[in-house]
Design a protein around this ligand. Structure first.
Ligand SMILES: *Cc1c(COP(=O)(O)O)cnc(C)c1O
Length: 489
């Protein structure tokens, strides 16, 4: 199977090239030209298999230029030994019809680990197929969680250097500490004076700058991306939606043909897009509920067809969703317009020029038939966290709190009683301050969780003892200078 660009249908490359490059040369995103169908027999098997084997089955449908052995090595390397109880995506019942899909039992306590533990394995194999001998330089823009998960995944991986840019005032204290104490000889971490959108725009500019590319090539290097624009991150995220559906079937919580909703706290639109792909492969999806925080550009887009980033940017208790340019939406637009690259390219250039575009009624209708959207500010998210803890003893982080709040309102408004899986994207320990204030306690430190009876994850407890290695903060216009300096160009 080949991959094309959302902005140029002449592009046709195998998955290894899509993964090694990260972003298409025209600035578009790589998309699969087919969506492989899953049968009832597939779901039956996927419901029985352990996670690494199930992941290999699903990934092999997309990465057809990788051998079965390569894919098995990748999924075993990623998912055996790095997640609590070797279970990357446990389903925890919240009620008769709602489940929390806990995606935060990996090394950095956020759902990004599901993709970023496997991406280094995929990328090094992809690079060996496409650009043998070249050092891969990975640039990452992060709103907090991707940076740490990527650093952890790529630290000391041979043939790779990784440089991370985060908004110096836009991540939680815990997220910052996780990044600036990162171990590894091939890593670099920089704060920028700007927000996540500035970091993401800066990284995209460097990626698509021919002069930068040339300079790297002259030194035997080439860029790669670990952001969710990379297909190598999206594909592993499809797995847990397919697997959670298959497991609910096996448990008897769903009968064949019963529809399932996915509720996803959303920023860059990557995680919820993976649920969309699961639906296109045959998971009978009822609604995809897109949950935003106070930065509700996606809520407005899904409800009106107008994407408008010209609005205040808010810093919230769910920083990984403090985003106004949701890159992966471009892929959804591509698919719902039946692959209309010209129209997608037009909307994206309008977005770049004016910060705004309006889709036609047909496209808007196609999106509205699949998605529901809502937003929750910090007060609403905290109320949802407190509610889940008091009613069910369930501890949710503020991102998951946004999803719980939006889901609660969705059910009240629609009376939709279909089984719903809510993506729980971070450990409550990672955002201790927000969680504790939601529960009415004075936020102090992660140790305060002792009072809840939960054990603090080891990787969080040990942060206190680690040395700060990376304290540079630069202007948003100086990102390339930092890259060039670090790489010795
Ligand atoms: C990244 C992140 C999100 C948003 O995911 P997208 O794929 O960007 O929509 C939500 N919650 C947490 C905890 C995250 O780290």
């Amino acid at each position: 199977m080949n991959y094309t660009s959302t902005r140029d249908s002449r592009v046709s490359v195998p998955s290894a090239v899509a993964i090694a490059n990260g972003i298409a040369p025209d600035g578009g995103l790589y998309v699969p030209t087919e969506l492989p169908p899953l049968t009832a027999a597939d779901f039956e098997e996927l419901g029985r298999l352990p996670y690494p084997a199930a992941a290999a089955r699903v990934l092999s449908l997309f990465l057809t230029d990788f051998t079965g052995e390569e894919i098995n090595d990748c999924t075993a390397g990623a998912y055996l030994g790095s997640f609590e109880e070797d279970e990357p995506a446990p389903l925890v019942p919240l009620s008769a019809s709602a489940y929390s899909l806990e995606l935060w039992h990996g090394p950095t306590c956020a759902f990004k680990d599901l993709a970023l533990q496997i991406l280094p394995h995929l990328l090094t194999r992809a690079a060996a197929k496409t650009a043998k001998g070249q050092t891969r330089v990975i640039l990452v823009a992060t709103s907090g969680d991707t940076g740490k998960a990527a650093l952890e995944g790529f630290a000391n991986v041979p043939g790779v250097k990784i440089l991370v840019f985060y908004p110096s005032e836009g991540v939680s204290a815990m997220q910052k500490r996780q990044m600036i104490t990162q171990r590894g000889d091939n890593v670099g971490v920089f704060g920028i004076r700007g927000n996540f959108d500035d970091a993401q725009t800066g990284v995209k500019q460097i990626f698509t700058d021919p002069a930068a590319k040339e300079q790297l090539a002259a030194h035997g290097m080439g860029f790669s991306s670990a952001n969710s624009i990379n297909w190598g991150r999206l594909a592993p995220q499809i797995v847990y939606y397919v697997v959670s559906y298959a497991r609910l079937l096996k448990q008897g919580a769903l009968k064949p043909g019963d529809e399932i909703n996915f509720v996803v706290p959303t920023g860059n639109f990557g995680n919820i897009l993976a649920a969309y792909y699961a639906g296109r492969m045959g998971v009978p999806v009822g609604r995809l509920v897109c949950a935003s925080n106070r930065n509700n550009v996606l809520t407005d887009f899904i409800n009106t067809g107008v994407y408008d980033r010209n609005r205040p940017f808010y810093t919230t208790l769910s920083p990984s969703m403090d985003i106004l340019i949701s890159s992966n939406l471009e892929r959804l637009l591509y698919h719902v317009t039946g692959g209309d690259c010209e129209r997608v390219a037009e909307w994206m250039s309008e977005l770049a020029a004016t910060g705004r575009y309006r889709v036609d009624d047909e496209t808007r209708g196609a999106i509205a038939s699949l998605f529901a959207a809502g937003c929750a500010d910090d007060t609403a998210a905290k109320a949802a966290i407190a509610g889940a803890f008091q009613a069910k003893g369930y501890l949710a982080d503020p991102h998951t709190g946004v999803a719980l709040s939006v889901y609660g309102r969705y059910v009240t408004e629609t009376q939709d009683s279909r089984v719903s899986v809510i993506a729980s994207t971070a450990s409550p320990f990672k955002f201790a301050g927000g969680v504790l204030s939601a529960l009415g306690a004075a936020p102090q430190s992660a140790d305060d969780f002792a009072a809840t009876g939960y054990a603090v994850p080891k990787t969080i407890a040990e942060l206190k003892t680690l040395r700060e290695r990376f304290t540079t903060v630069c202007e948003k216009g100086d990102m390339w200078a930092m890259v060039a300096q670090t790489l010795g160009l």
